[in-house]
Design a protein around this ligand. Structure first.
Ligand code: 2AL
Length: 243
């Protein structure tokens, strides 16, 4: 199985690390192919970054279709371009926020999210509402670290994430925590050991869910709104998308 992991930001170091985390958890028959958009923001920390990155995600899906991918993961916690991506393929497409919420709800009745910056919290909140998980989430907390600090200042960032998770454990009345950034993919076990409650991380959760869907023979439905986009003309910068 070819599992195409798309890091929606353009930081090559983060793409490599996320790909390595996915490969470690993947089943022996799963080949992880980690890519990133050719153009776009180096990190995604707000609505504007997310809107630009979503175009890059759809371009990576188009490449994945040419290369015969069996499933896709969108490895940014805002799940940028998730529904658009699903329109472009019959393969399953999972967002890491979506995967994290589903898995956390299977092992706890209530969870909190620990993300990077406060300003990204609203993105997670909108996703909880859109996906029907708002009642499962007690609180969205931020460690107040810019996304790229997870790369550049890893030890300090880890310490802040652990401190924030401990506060969530002690104050939120929860059974589990969902980590709210793709850049935390390799930190799950370390944080769980330090905090002592189940820590769900979206990239690793999405790998196992993607393998399950492929194993079940299930892909994105083409009946209804996730059908391939209607052919039409695109103008200007996007003229190459005309069909
Ligand atoms: C993210 C993420 O997962 N990757 C990125 O660049 N921004 N989202 C976040 N909440 O930090």
């Amino acid at each position: 199985m070819r599992l195409h992991l798309i890091n929606p930001n353009t930081s090559t170091g983060m793409t490599t690390r996320i790909g390595e985390s996915a490969s470690r958890i993947a089943a022996p028959g799963t080949r992880i192919v980690a890519t990133q958009p050719e153009s776009g923001p180096v990190s995604i920390e707000g609505h504007f970054d997310e809107a630009i990155s979503a175009v890059g995600v759809t371009e990576e899906i188009a490449k994945g279709e040419r290369d015969g991918s069996d499933a896709y993961i969108i490895a940014c916690f805002g799940d940028p371009g998730l529904m658009a991506a699903r329109e472009l393929t019959r393969a399953p497409v999972l967002g890491i926020a979506e995967a994290g919420f589903h898995v956390a709800s299977l092992i706890s009745t209530r969870f909190s999210i620990v993300t990077t910056l406060s300003r990204t919290g609203i993105i997670a909140e909108h996703l909880l509402q859109a996906y029907g998980f708002a009642h499962h989430c007690r609180r969205i907390r931020a460690a107040e670290i810019p996304v790229l600090d997870l790369e550049d200042d890893g030890d300090a960032a880890l310490t802040r994430v652990i401190e924030t998770c401990r506060r969530a454990r002690d104050e939120d009345g929860i059974g589990a925590i969902v980590l709210g950034c793709g850049g935390m993919a390799d930190l799950r076990a370390t944080i769980e050991e330090a905090v002592g409650i189940p820590i769900v991380e979206g990239v690793t959760a999405a790998v196992k869910l993607a393998e399950a869907l492929v194993g079940l023979g299930l892909g994105t439905s083409k009946h209804g709104d996730l059908d391939f986009p209607r052919p039409k003309s695109f103008t200007g910068h996007f003229a190459h998308l005309s069909r």
